[in-house]
Design a protein around this ligand. Sequence first.
Ligand code: BV8
Ligand code: ZN
Length: 262
Amino acid sequence: MTDELIQQAARLLRDSRQPSVLTGSGVSRESGIPTFRDALEGLWEQYDPRQLATAPAFQANPKLVWDFYTMRREKAVAVKPNTGHEALAKLEQHFGELPIITQNIDDLHEQAGSTHVIHLHGILNQNKCFYDCQGEPTLIDISKLEYDTKAGPPGCPHCGRWIRPNVVWFGEMLPPEALAECKRIVHTTDVMLVIGTSGVVYPAAHMPYEAKLNGATLIEVNPHESAITPAADLWLPYPSGEAMPRVLAALTTLDRTNSRNV
Ligand code: BV8
Ligand code: ZN
């Protein structure tokens, strides 16, 4: 990991007035959560997550899709934030404000201490009525329901129809309030850290381009080239769990040097 790239990122952040972050599943990879493109393991290896993360797939086989999310919930309970999540939470303390737009449905950013997290694709640990029968979204706390966990999704206590995870499936609209918040951020941010996303799922993948159009500088952190890399002003080709703590340390040193020189 060359220090020069880390130093460049630290200098861009030092001079930033309104930094922001966009994360994808790569930021949770070092916590042990597979990315969307990682092959699923065990009995799930025959499935492609993108084929399961749709309403038609759920309607065709509610138990299969419900079990897919139950498996992911059980995995998510066992994992902890990694050093990349923790560095982002410390960056928020450094700046006082650091909005994180995430495509991830885990809550590892929150567990690490980030307080301004916008979940574009929903939240794995929340459930709702498939028909939002009491309004959008009709959230349901399934821990209060009596149901056979082996029999697929429980019934909505209001209308008796399916309960589903409160996540955004392919072909579904993103939560309007999350989108509105993103619109505000991409029009005001001057440096956007783009971490751990392949940049292929829209409209989330559009955010860095929109920010750049509005004058922001893009710093990408991803060990592999992504669809966003060509638009990035600086690419740190490293895992976020290694790069982000180094960027944070370099920024802290720059600040200390600056304050000595005033
Ligand atoms: C919408 C929640 C409009 C569920 C997710 C053509 C046909 C059909 C549809 C479309 C189409 N073209 C565009 C669309 C729309 C579609 C889309 O974009 N499809 C893509 C596949 C082309 N989008 C939608 O459907 C969206 N809705 O457009 O609605 C509409 C209009 C009118 C009426 C109705 C609707 C909704 C999309 C949301 C889908 N839900 N998640 C769940 O999680 O189960 S998406 C899901 O996949 C994730 O949330 C994430 O967004 C995406 C995966 O992307 P990444 O996070 O980037 O993960 P990936 O594995 O791809 O990459 C990981 C990266 O990390 C890699 O680059 C890797 O190198 C890197 N990495 C690995 N290790 C590390 C690392 N980086 C750093 N450190 C490491 N250690
Ligand atoms: Zn209902």
